[in-house]
Design a protein around this ligand. Sequence first.
Ligand SMILES: Cc1ncc(COP(=O)(O)O)c(C=O)c1O
Length: 381
Amino acid sequence: MIVDLTDEQAREALPCKWGAVEPGVVPAWVAEMDFALAEPIVEAVTAAVRRGTAGYPPFGDLGVGAALTGFADRHWSWSPPADASVVVGDVIAGIRIALEVLCPPGPVVVPLPCYPPFRDIVTLTGRELVHVTVDPDTEDQDAAALDLQQVEEAFAAGARTLLLCNPHNPLGRVPRRDELEALATLAQQYGARVVADEIHGPLVLPGATFTPYLEVDPTGILVTSHSKTFNTAGLHTAQVVVLDEAEQSALRAIPLPQNHAYSPLGMIAAVTAWTDCDDWHAALVTRLTEQRTLLAQLLETHLPKARMRPLEATYLPWVDLRDYGLEDPAAAGLEHGVRVAAGQAYQPGLAGHVRLNTATTPLRLEQMVERLAAAVAGSRP
Ligand SMILES: Cc1ncc(COP(=O)(O)O)c(C=O)c1O
């Protein structure tokens, strides 16, 4: 059911990921998967294009909210009301709108390491950034829990919003329910809002349990999309979900230029992904779990001094290569035929880390690790 793209097909399908590397280089940087789209999405979007559906998006949501409710109910036994969802262009736009419309004034807490656009979007909204850090190096995922003492200090000093990445990119960690409950209690105490980016929620792998943040904090703001799980980022449809009706109305009342970047094709893809692709999604999780196992074996063989975090979710493992003594292993990797994401993009100043992308063929994953191993060993390409 998961169909691998050949290099030629991937260059056509994923122009950002594959267009950024020379032929022969394995692209393992941006979070896109080298897999064909789920057939129901291909059919629904193709049929819409044949009908000429290429105009402005509709008023109303074409059923995107109800479709997310169905998916959340089937997978997480959580049923947000269908009309709690407001369609936005993408997750980062949704976070911006949440900050502009819903969050109290004051600095915004962004735990590090973080998905790099989190920092940009906070700055673009004119908010001050406050960082809290978790230990990026431990092999014990529990030690990478959000440091609530640092969060409390930031709230006590005036911050009133926290951007939560649940599950976490790039750490691949799924926050435990009790941690989220403790965060919710803290937020309530200080009148702070938590904006939960849960784009990776459907990518939790066997062994971990996903808790939707709004389940523990009804004042939370959920921003999500089907796009990371179903490889449709270019179709531009995401969702902001808030449970308070006045806030839903406030979101729907914002001027068009503040929220205009979603597309009817993306909305059709979203409804199909959330509704008709459970089999494909199950096959994807199986494939990503196999790739996780393969990666562990490959690291043990070729990069035995690498420390990989237990990958609880996503296809984006975070690997500590500092024992090999290179400041920037990603730059060295590029010279050896693999493009991975550099750790310092996620935490400025952090040396020796990379983020990989396992959503590809076993062969490309093998090449990825072998080439990184050659790079850190300093051998000639
Ligand atoms: C945590 C996280 N949020 C948001 C995004 C981007 O989402 P979008 O393209 O919908 O803005 C990504 C992409 O990898 C991500 O990892």
